[in-house]
Design a protein around this ligand. Sequence first.
Ligand code: FAD
Ligand code: 3HM
Length: 382
Amino acid sequence: MTDSPRRAEISGGGFAGLTAATALAQMGWRVRVHERAAELRAEGAGIVLWNNSLQVLDRIGATPDLDSRSMTPPAYETRMNNVIQSQETLDGIRWRTMTRPHLHQSLLTAARESGVEIVANSEVTGATAEGVVSFADGTTAEAELVVGADGVGSAVRDSLGIPLKRERSRDGITRFLVPRRKAELTALEPDTEWDNVIDFWNLEPRVLRVLYTPANDEELYIALMSPAADAAGSRVPIDLELWTSVFPQLAPVLQDAAGIQGRYYGYQTTRLDHWTEGRVALIGDAAHAMCPALAQGAGTAMQNAWTLAVKATEALAAGDDLPTALRDWERLERPVTDLAQNRSQWYADTREMAKGNQFVGESVETALYNPTDPHRHEVHAA
Ligand code: FAD
Ligand code: 3HM
């Protein structure tokens, strides 16, 4: 080993890339993040995180900032035709809701404070198993570790020719961030706890769902789900008359959503043959994009970012072969991500969430996982 810091080049400044960058920098690496976009910011609306990623945020020091503008709702409520099926208080399970821009900003702050170099307008075109990254401007860079955290369309992954399978589900969702309007909602339905997450399902006569997720005191994340085959249900901007006719109690916030263009996102799952190739490791949507049913895409991205940083750091400190260590990392960490991916796809395909009690048994295993616990694999090995 030399005394000079090890170098990591990371493609993508999303939740996965920024988490990996921060963790590696804090573990002594010299880290550069390349973001294709001109600005580092998160698109989209709201997000739910669970214990698995919240533990990582603790470890990289991002929790106080994150907590300043996020919340844990009193319960996760499921309704079918406006009849309550369950109110899960999720006792003992750590979870939090927030906006995407806030999570991204918290990660960006942690990355900058940890000395990560962040380069905007820097498009990665590919990487080799030997650790050479190439950029759209024709330049290259070499590193001990290359992280492909460049999302579902990952250029790093595609340049390596890793075989993948993509499956589309029949439903999809349009997401909005709107004002809470708690007083107006309470006026319409006084007995409702409007701080809850409320998953409003309608299956008959038409499949339409609104997932209502308070993100903080002022902002509300609402996601409107319909089958892709339903032209009016999946239209953007939304068909206000249709949605308010089915969900009249949400009229004030649907009205706000109707003023936003929105983008309908069809559920899909991407499975890779393998996540690593030589010195390159893929994390987040680049490796395991999933349906959002269990709200674990970003959570598993951050979890895998952390465990990758730990594994690579330990391997180099011990003088072990890095490609072997990366394969070992995938073998150990992949099952709990596969579980979330499979379960989310199953929920998306069957719409079983509409029955309530969504977060029990296998559906909560990934949420409960603690990627920072050094003994986490011993239970399974025993
Ligand atoms: P991305 O967020 O896609 O980030 C990739 C970054 O790489 C981007 O900044 C992009 O600009 C950049 N990039 C791309 N290509 C290049 C390149 N060639 N060179 C340089 N930079 C590049 N997850 C949860 O945990 N909880 C939830 O509640 C949740 N809800 C969801 C709801 C919906 C409807 C959807 C669709 C997803 C949801 N997810 C949720 C999943 C979550 O959004 C993703 O899993 C997560 O954003 C993946 O993060 P990432 O960093 O891997 O990828
Ligand atoms: C948080 C969350 N949960 C579920 C879905 C879904 O089933 O589409 C989306 C979400 O953002």
